[in-house]
Design a protein around this ligand. Structure first.
Ligand SMILES: NC(=O)c1ccc[n+]([C@@H]2O[C@H](COP(=O)([O-])OP(=O)(O)OC[C@H]3O[C@@H](n4cnc5c(N)ncnc54)[C@H](O)[C@@H]3O)[C@@H](O)[C@H]2O)c1
Length: 380
């Protein structure tokens, strides 16, 4: 099996990590990189002399590429990903997939029409500790899940044109949706713009999933770096601490049960349990490497990615609802999932496997007809 040819658009902080991982993958041949910044391209040229480096990503479309990875700022994701798909290239787009759901839907439709892979960089769902946590939840080891609490705070990095919700919460939301295999029916959010007026730097989200509640706290204004998810169950409790170097996941045999007695004259009757703490051994594979490997594998095997376009859209819909709630001082927002279900059904009906050959033969063309509306031209 020959390697697929890959390019990267955007070689800033995260793009450089993607480039390092893609360059090491036997199943990928890193051919080209584009970035607006000459200094960043110079670094790529000195490190990877065989890689074509250019300021204009359109140059990449005349190269024999199979796939592109988009690691530019979120506001540019839609335009660039759309250009990639229009050139029949498979695409991995960094989180958040887009900055509104109409754009995410348009990308999903377009990729599906052309039989191309569209994947979103929800990197934490490729983390072995998160995957083990999911197994713990679904095996019933933790008992009935009472609630989940996610905290992602640090001092900075402030992002231009993007509040903390859209910068940091995609990580926690993608983890929560992945862990629970369900979507929140309601979200309420509050935030504050402490440093730059109009740009929220802290946000608190309350999410109501069908059977469980979850809470997300994101901040660029905290003295301590915390990236932690706590899952509290009726039998055990688990903490995933991403800041920990090795012991990322801990399972606590701790709990409280209400005693059978209804006599409240001596206060609440509780029985506390505090047993062993187990630290499962976790694979040390870099999550971003696993994500890149998965992207390449999905293209080669024509498989649906774990973090497909729809997974990206779901996170975008929660972010939109949370933002609306935030601007109405925390008024709860119901999230309507019916349009997403319809989109998934439409995509499934198109029989994915039938399309690539048609697109290759040049008999199928898709056009965006205004915001989020797709038209299809089939040449006879
Ligand atoms: N999955 C993760 O864990 C993770 C972590 C960090 C960032 N990210 C995401 O990665 C993306 C990039 O973030 P970053 O921190 O690397 O930002 P960055 O600012 O360091 O890098 C972005 C790069 O994109 C380039 N760029 C912008 N417009 C371009 C264009 N039209 N053509 C070519 N290059 C262009 C910029 O010059 C810059 O070098 C964002 O979407 C961010 O949300 C994901």
């Amino acid at each position: 099996m020959s390697a697929i040819n890959v390019g990267v658009i955007g070689c800033g902080y995260w793009g450089s990590n993607l480039i390092r991982n893609l360059a090491e993958l036997p199943a990928a041949n890193l051919m080209a990189v584009a970035d607006l910044r000459k200094d960043r391209l110079a670094r790529i040229r000195s490190r990877y002399p065989h890689v074509w480096a250019t300021e204009d990503y359109w140059e990449l479309f005349s190269m024999p590429l199979d796939a592109l990875v988009v690691a530019t700022p979120p506001l540019t994701h839609f335009r660039i990903a759309q250009d990639c798909l229009e050139h029949n290239l498979n695409v991995l787009v960094e989180k958040p997939l887009t900055t509104n759901s109409q754009e995410a839907e348009a990308l999903i439709e377009m990729a599906n029409m052309r039989g191309l892979t569209l994947m979103v960089g929800h990197t934490f769902t490729y983390n072995s500790a998160v995957q083990t946590l999911k197994q713990l939840i679904h095996s019933g080891d933790l008992g009935e899940i009472f609630y989940l609490d996610a905290v992602r705070v640090n001092l900075g990095l402030f992002q231009p044109n993007l509040n903390v919700l859209w910068d940091l919460a995609p990580h926690d939301l993608s983890i929560l949706l992945y862990l629970l295999e369900s979507e929140p029916v309601m979200v309420s959010a509050q935030g504050a713009d402490c440093v730059f007026k109009g740009m929220n730097d802290i946000a608190y989200l309350n999410l109501e999933f069908p059977d469980v509640m979850a809470h997300v706290h994101v901040s660029w204004l905290d003295p301590c770096a915390v990236r932690r998810i706590t899952v509290v169950g009726s039998q055990k409790m688990a903490v995933y601490d991403d800041v920990e170097n090795t012991e990322k996941l801990k399972i606590y045999d701790k709990g409280v049960s209400a005693a059978a007695s209804t006599d409240s004259s001596h206060g609440l009757q509780c029985s506390y349990r505090s047993g062993d703490t187990v630290i499962p051994s976790i694979s040390m594979i870099e999550p971003l490497r696993a994500e890149c490997e998965h992207f390449v594998e999905c293209i080669i095997a024509h498989k649906k990615p774990q973090t497909c376009g729809v997974a990206g859209l779901k996170v975008v819909r929660v972010l939109e609802a949370a933002e609306r709630s935030m601007y109405h001082s925390g008024v709860p927002e119901i999230i309507d999932w019916v349009p997403v279900q319809w989109l998934e059904e439409r995509c499934a009906k198109r029989q994915l496997d039938a399309w690539p050959a048609r697109a290759e033969a040049g008999i199928l063309d898709t056009m965006l007809l205004g915001e989020g509306v797709l038209g299809v031209r089939v040449e006879s």
